[in-house]
Design a protein around this ligand. Structure first.
Ligand SMILES: Nc1ncnc2c1ncn2[C@@H]1O[C@H](COP(=O)(O)OP(=O)(O)OP(=O)(O)O)[C@@H](O)[C@H]1O
Length: 345
């Protein structure tokens, strides 16, 4: 059951975060327009939670994940990280060398471990790099740590002397997780971390992630386009559309009481075992609009079957509703519920 959180539990706070990539063209390669990949995201992530970030391809999930880690620099906004000693730092204000200690605390696991493990290196060779960087000078100590990490992800320590091609996709993903864990992070962004795996292997990797979360007191941001995965592992889910969060609430509330028409359409596409609970499939009209020229008003209105005039004129804010005593945020003009007292998402 999702608990209500308070201020002190916040590990990461995003305020009005925007990432606009310049599009260059013409003879002088001048900036002709911008891809508004992230366009005003406000979000609090709480220590120890699993926050799902879902939405169709191109809605900005990966860009947001990489921006949190400062692998991409934001155009606007604040990304405040609060460490266990309660010190707050706006990561967007730091220079590259100042980010060093934060890179240790914030890690990412990508979808395709094959491309992130160097085929020319043994697993030891790939995993020892971050350890060296963060000051583990003795080779013997690095071998001990990497052996322990492999065991933590249910693999044998002697596998450290093998090469990536000697492993299956599921095993490589577990090695990717071991690497993310090697410098003892506090928050891990899992970007489509199980999407490339068979369903049975997916379940094993998810179980492993949940076990490690408990043991190491981790926080996860779990990026996926697959809403059937998020229900079981996420405490809360943020639904993204065209670079914005359009709905955010406890996972069980999203499945039981989706407020935004976009979330309703996304969830209607998932088959459920209990046929009584299967809702009618809502087929979305048209394609996702271009983030270079997003629609006026509500970005979802051109595809929304319930749209009214106001939807094309005014962009709806992410408002807070209280449902069964829990926060439920949504950005839609058509929600007919009393708004709760203002509070940042
Ligand atoms: N470096 C870049 N330069 C220009 N546009 C970019 C860049 N990176 C991403 N984009 C654009 O930003 C938008 C968001 O992309 P992003 O990869 O974050 O989406 P996503 O939701 O993670 O998609 P997917 O699920 O397919 O990975 C897309 O329109 C993409 O084409």
């Amino acid at each position: 059951m999702q608990q209500q959180h308070n201020e002190d539990d916040v590990i990461l706070r995003l305020r009005d975060v925007k990432v606009h990539f310049p599009l260059k063209g013409g003879f002088m390669q001048k900036t002709t327009a911008h891809v508004k990949a992230i366009d005003g995201v406000n979000l609090d992530v709480y220590r120890g939670e699993v926050l799902g970030l879902v939405g169709e391809s191109g809605c900005g999930k990966t860009t947001l994940g990489k921006t949190i880690l400062q692998l991409i620099h934001s155009t606007n906004g604040e990304i405040t990280y609060r460490s266990t000693d309660e010190q707050e730092t706006d990561l967007t204000k730091l220079k590259d060398h100042e980010l060093f200690p934060y890179r240790k605390r914030l890690q990412i696991v990508f979808q395709d471990p094959h491309s992130s493990l160097n085929p020319a290196f043994t697993i030891f060779g790939s995993l020892e790099d971050p350890l060296k960087k963060y000051g583990i000078k003795s080779r013997e100590e690095r071998r001990k740590i990497i052996g322990d990490l492999l065991e933590a992800v249910n693999m044998r320590r002697e596998y450290m002397d093998r090469y990536p091609h000697e492993f299956s996709g599921g095993q490589r993903q577990r090695i990717g997780i071991a690497r993310a864990l090697s410098i003892e992070p506090e928050l891990i962004i899992c970007d489509e971390a199980v999407s490339a795996l068979d369903v049975s292997i997916q379940a094993q990797v998810l179980q492993l992630l949940m076990k490690l979360k408990q043991e190491k007191n981790l926080t996860y941001i779990f990026i996926t386009h697959d809403l059937s995965v998020t229900e079981y592992i996420c405490d809360r889910i943020a639904v993204m559309y065209l670079g914005r969060i359009v709905e955010l609430c406890a996972s069980e509330d999203l499945y039981a009481r989706r407020l935004h028409p976009y979330t309703q359409a996304l969830l209607s596409a998932i088959p459920v075992a209990d046929l009584d609970k299967q809702t009618k499939r809502i087929v979305l009209e048209g394609d996702v609009p271009s983030p270079v020229n997003p629609p006026s008003g509500c970005p979802f209105h051109p595809r929304c079957q319930f749209r009214k005039d106001v939807c094309s004129q005014i962009e709806p804010k992410l408002k807070r509703y209280e449902i069964d005593g829990r926060d439920h945020y949504a950005a839609c003009h058509l929600i007919d519920l009393p708004e709760a007292a203002p509070n940042a998402a």
